[in-house]
Ligand binder design. Structure first.
Ligand code: ADP
Ligand code: MG
Length: 240
């Protein structure tokens, strides 16, 4: 269970000379527990900031961000059990696939046998068990993505954040990985928040979709509701 609720939530970045950038402006939205939620918007619209805020990584905020009844600043990193996967997912080059996937568990000082069991289960689930002893440089791009997903999944996270993870991939691979994420969602039921600038991506994946523009929430709803939005920005975004 992991319901996430933003109430009049704003985020700022501090620049030099006491100047600030407002990067989310009074966002109010609710992300239901166990949903596949997509945040879509052009570059600079605040998608990454929204994900980082859920991780507790934005310092200057206003309003409320509540995860399962607890305000985000009171949640300890260790207890949050949130995974984050971005475009720059970078596997550790000197570690094998097995060690890469085991890494988050080692950091949590998980029991040795438990680590082995979990890593093997997740590698098997993603059909990359045969890659266990390879180094990242011996992998194809698609295999690397799967290892990165395995590393994000191994902690059995209750919230999974994806920040434009498949932006640079070719269409076949993109489709394959989208399907993988859908399966993960169905099987393990984490709350997934997936950021993308690509509406096709949003419509294929999102049970619910939030459209951001310049730090403001323009629209929120199902694919059909977004398609029927009468907001000027959404109309123009749809016709791009
Ligand atoms: P997106 O992920 O949709 O491209 P971001 O959340 O990265 O958008 O950025 C939202 C706004 O905040 C942009 O105007 C961006 O320039 C600004 N911003 C993001 N990160 C920083 C930072 N570390 N310092 C200053 N401004 C930032
Ligand atoms: Mg971003």
């Amino acid at each position: 269970m992991a319901k996430i609720s933003f109430q009049d939530f704003s985020a700022y970045y501090k620049l030099k000379k006491k100047k600030y950038v407002l990067s989310l402006n009074k966002i109010t939205l609710e992300i239901p527990s166990e949903s596949f939620f997509v945040v879509v918007g052009p570059s600079g619209s605040g998608k990454t900031t929204l994900l980082k805020a859920i991780l507790g990584g934005v310092e200057l905020t206003d309003g409320l961000l509540i995860i399962n009844g607890t305000s985000v600043e009171n949640i300890k990193k260790k207890e949050a059990n949130i995974s984050y996967l971005s475009q720059e997912y970078s596997l550790y080059p000197h570690m094998t696939v097995y060690e890469n996937v085991a890494f988050p568990l080692r950091r949590m000082r998980t029991d040795f046998q438990e680590i082995d069991l979990r890593v093997k289960t997740v590698l098997d689930y993603l059909k990359i068990d045969f890659l266990a002893s390879r180094k990242p440089r011996q992998l194809s791009y698609g295999q690397m993505q799967r290892v990165a997903i395995a590393r994000a999944l191994v902690k059995n996270p209750r919230i999974m954040l994806f920040d434009e993870p498949f932006s640079n991939l070719e269409p076949t691979l993109k489709n394959e990985l989208r399907l993988t994420l859908k399966n993960i969602h169905q099987e393990f039921k984490p709350t997934i928040i997936y950021a993308t600038h690509d509406l096709t991506d949003a419509f294929i994946l999102g049970e619910k979709i939030a459209v951001l523009n310049g730090g403001e929430l323009e629209a929120i709803g199902t694919k059909e509701e977004i398609e029927n939005s009468d907001k000027a920005f959404v109309r123009s975004f749809l016709s791009r």
